[in-house]
Design a protein around this ligand. Structure first.
Ligand SMILES: C[S@@+](CC[C@H](N)C(=O)[O-])C[C@H]1O[C@@H](n2cnc3c(N)ncnc32)[C@H](O)[C@@H]1O
Length: 244
């Protein structure tokens, strides 16, 4: 079976085959088995974090490089005792929030989203107006599970940062897709990230997302900063930096 899978990897047929498998319920278990066998092959062989987290990354995602990087960053934050809270801007259904919280349940995790889709006034492309509406705060809470140390800021960022001006952050994950949201995220979080803290931004190398809005915002914001961004080869080309 693995031999057959190997033969079709690299062609876009694999995705189609998996979609069909997923639709037919008796094949669902086989789908998840095959998926984790493939993800295992492109995941860290000797992860410094727990096997439970490693298996969680393998079983829940098609983007093990992105989640592996998140897990490695959080592992280092714990090892080096980097001070500050965690934050995610752009939560949608909370799938990444759940993993971040699972990796460091002892850290306060601030979650920012409208939970109603993109703010209309931030859109450059009106065609994006219906995206990410398929969520609800109650689903997100249920998805995350343990809500200890979870602080939900519902509404339009950066209005929802009120009261957090004096806080510091050790880990910030920006995944808001839009130019203006990403720029506002950088303006608010960058000066508040502790020395050695991590900033991760999704979609940097995603030209289809909001006319490369993330890349435009990051390049504009980072021109006069000390740190250099590092580009990562995950599915949608995230970037990472550590604060000097
Ligand atoms: C790509 S989704 C986030 C996906 C999520 N990080 C994950 O990994 O599953 C982008 C989210 O950003 C939110 N968003 C974008 N700009 C925002 C803003 N200025 N204020 C609040 N939410 C915003 C949208 O509502 C949407 O849910």
């Amino acid at each position: 079976m693995i031999k057959i899978i190997n033969q079709i990897i690299g062609t876009n047929k694999l995705d189609i085959i998996f979609r069909i498998f997923k639709k037919i319920s008796p094949l669902e278990n086989l789908y998840y088995f095959l998926k984790s066998e493939i993800i295992k092959k492109i995941s860290l062989e000797y992860p410094p974090y727990s096997l439970e987290i490693h298996n969680n990354i393998i079983s829940t995602s098609w983007d093990p490089i992105r989640y592996g990087i998140i897990a490695l960053a959080i592992n280092t934050i714990k090892k080096e005792k980097i001070k500050g809270h965690f934050a995610e801007l752009g939560v949608f259904q909370g799938n990444t929030s759940k993993i971040i919280h699972h990796l460091a349940p002892e850290k306060k995790l601030f979650l920012f989203d409208t939970f109603e889709g993109f703010p209309a006034e931030f859109l450059e492309n009106k065609g994006d107006s219906e995206r990410f509406k398929n969520t609800q705060l109650e689903w997100v809470k249920k998805n995350i599970g343990n809500l200890n140390n979870i602080f939900i800021r519902k509404g339009i960022f950066p209005e929802t940062t009120e009261g957090l001006e004096s806080e510091t952050f050790a880990f910030v994950y920006l995944d808001a897709d839009l130019y203006k949201s990403t720029l506002e995220g950088l303006k608010f979080f960058y000066p508040r990230i502790s020395k050695g803290g991590y900033l991760l931004i999704h979609d940097y190398h995603n030209p289809q997302e909001s006319n490369a809005g993330v890349m435009r915002a990051v390049n504009e914001f980072m021109t006069d900063k000390m740190e250099k961004i590092i580009e990562l080869p995950d599915v949608l080309g995230s970037i990472i930096l550590r604060k000097l």
